[in-house]
Design a binder for this molecule. Structure first.
Ligand code: CMP
Length: 159
């Protein structure tokens, strides 16, 4: 019978961040991940609070929002199965840049900053693969943000 670590390993493999890792590294990570369930509308964490973990979405969707002075809560993006979030506070050791809310019932895996950094130190080959994938995804998110800024600047010229 498959033990819980094997089941979590199968799930981790499907997360974009860990897609390049070999089976041994995935199994090692499976021992570090904690299961988290949030119901639709529940706040996972709030902007400006201390963040010391990264989360991967196994099922469901997560809405990332920020408070704007004039318009109130603004949705930056809705993340889906296979996506991860919480990496910014983890990498920079700064407060959360945005609020994360369960957009539907969600099941997630969470890895603490301490365990994540220890894993990278212990297995630098896997660490490089993870950090490269992370950089690629951050670059994609920056491109999307650039497109939105450009659209906003163009629009504001007409107001
Ligand atoms: P962190 O700052 O730890 O907590 C909020 C998270 O929301 C952040 O990490 C990212 O994972 C995610 N996030 C913030 N801004 C964006 C964005 N523009 N697109 C996608 N995800 C984002």
């Amino acid at each position: 019978m498959e033990d819980i670590k094997d089941i979590i390993a199968d799930i981790l493999k499907k997360l974009s961040l860990f897609s390049e890792l070999n089976a041994a590294a995935i199994k090692e990570l499976a021992g570090l991940a904690e299961e988290r369930i949030f119901h639709k509308g529940e706040t996972i964490f709030e902007e400006s609070t201390t963040g010391r973990s990264i989360l991967g979405i196994v099922s469901g969707e997560v809405r990332i929002t920020q408070m704007a002075k004039v318009s109130g809560e603004e949705t930056l993006t809705v993340l889906k199965k296979g996506d991860f979030f919480g990496e910014m506070a983890l990498l920079e050791d700064l407060p959360r840049s945005a609020t994360a809310i369960a957009h539907s019932d969600t099941f997630m895996l969470e890895i603490s900053r301490e365990k994540f950094l220890r894993f990278i130190e212990k297995d630098p080959v896997s660490g490089v693969k993870i950090l490269f994938t992370l950089a690629k995804i951050l670059s994609e998110r920056l491109r999307e943000a650039d497109i939105k800024i450009k659209a906003f600047v163009n629009l504001s010229q007409w107001i």
